[in-house]
Design a protein around this ligand. Structure first.
Ligand code: HEC
Length: 372
């Protein structure tokens, strides 16, 4: 005989969390997928909040007091497990009960550090302007360590499930789909009642989780407006802007935004006569005006994420943007053949892939590599 153990919300929670985690994982490696990454992250947070609520409001086997057992019971369960004769449980066994709580906490921390990273590094999201850039960098490191720890936990969880299936012959994976478990030989004192208690506060939590998930959806449908590193209106009015534009941007190449290199790089570049194989034929006055402009708006002066990362990554005075380690890391996956496409021609043609390049904006969501 089999009885229903896992109620529908518990099962839905389980598989939606699997989907959210996989989604978050695969969208984490590409800058331009940030919106999907956020969507998956918010969904995971909503699901975790929901599961906490369901730990009080769900059916018997979903409730925390039911499956969070004392240390004595956990210890004896592990001993039985080692001898391959563990007692069978209808709901969570004493070991997985705590493991599950631990995973919930880890996923909550992953989303929290994610929000701090987004607010600190990118200056976006609910913590924009509240947390510092440094805090963002630290949070990102924690975010990654936690995410990889979660992967290890999930792998252990998966192997434990296989162990129950193959060695102990318990059909537990299917039970998370159908909700049903065979109850022969299980003495758990249950009659399978779907008791529900302690509503109040947990209904509020269910509501909160729905709001978080809905916020994720809205966020996805109405993405935040992109902000450029600079208020371009400001920089356009700056002394030297016109000279710089006509000498550096219009007559020779695309405009490399001043926020892309430290002041020392710009000084050295304009002072030298050799300019990447060409010669800079500028008179002294023009040279000075251009230098002053570039220095006034150099990476040191900019509040953008890109400038801060360039400052952290570059040595004294990198000779060019593409020599900065941060730039190299970000573009390491792009093959030479991509740069030689007709609409790109060279890696210095930043605007081919970053439409906002001229105004100093390298927003993740705007990145697009032209097909040919
Ligand atoms: C062939 C297309 C292409 C060209 C040309 C290109 N980039 Fe990129 N750039 C990309 C891609 C793709 C990414 C995202 C890489 C990733 O997801 O890790 C990126 C990422 C970046 C980032 C990181 C953005 C962030 O928010 O983390 C910066 C900054 C950047 N590029 C600056 C430049 C500059 C400056 C130039 C010109 C010197 C340039 N890129 C030229 C394709 C290009």
């Amino acid at each position: 005989m089999s009885i229903r153990v896992w109620d529908i919300p518990t099962r839905l929670f389980h598989w939606l969390l699997v989907a959210a985690f996989i989604g978050a994982f695969f969208t984490s490696f590409r800058e331009w997928l940030i919106e999907y990454h956020l969507l998956a992250g918010y969904a995971a947070l909503g699901l975790v909040i929901f599961r906490v609520a369901w730990g009080f409001a769900g059916n018997r086997h979903a409730r925390f007091p039911e499956f969070l057992k004392g240390w004595g019971e956990v210890k004896s369960y592990i001993k039985e497990l080692v001898s391959l004769r563990p007692a069978k449980y209808l709901g969570h066994n004493p070991a997985v009960g705590w493991a599950m709580l631990f995973m919930l906490a880890t996923i909550a921390l992953i989303t929290l550090t994610g929000v701090i990273t987004y607010g600190g590094e990118e200056g976006r999201g609910i913590l924009a302007g509240v947390v510092s850039f440094k805090a963002g960098i630290t949070a990102k490191a924690a975010h990654e360590v936690l995410a990889y720890s979660a992967i290890v936990m999930i792998a252990v969880h998966f192997m434990a499930a296989l162990f129950h299936e193959l060695v102990l012959k318990e059909k537990i994976i299917l039970s998370m789909v159908t909700g049903k478990k065979a109850c022969a030989g299980i003495h758990d004192g249950t009659d399978g009642r779907q008791g529900r208690e302690k509503r109040g506060a947990s209904q509020l939590l269910v509501l909160v989780s729905a709001v978080v998930i809905a916020a994720a959806g809205l966020f996805y449908i109405f993405p935040e407006k992109g902000e450029t590193a600079f208020d371009t209106g400001g920089i356009e009015k700056a002394a030297g802007f016109k000279v710089w534009r006509s000498e550096c941007a219009e007559s020779c190449h695309n405009a490399f935004h001043p926020s892309l290199l430290p002041a020392a790089s710009w000084r050295a570049m304009v002072a030298s006569d050799g300019h990447f194989g060409d010669s800079l034929s500028l008179d002294l006055k023009t040279r000075q005006e251009v230098t002053d402009f570039l220095v006034a708006y150099s990476a040191e002066q900019s509040a953008s994420e890109v400038s801060k990362k360039i400052m952290l990554s570059s040595g004294q005075a990198p000779p060019r943007i593409t020599a900065v380690q941060y730039w190299k890391d970000k573009h390491a996956d792009i093959s030479e053949s991509v740069y030689s496409r007709k609409s790109i021609v060279s890696r210095s043609n930043c605007a081919a892939c970053h439409p906002g390049a001229e105004s100093g904006s390298f927003e993740d969501r705007d990145i697009k590599i032209p097909e040919n």
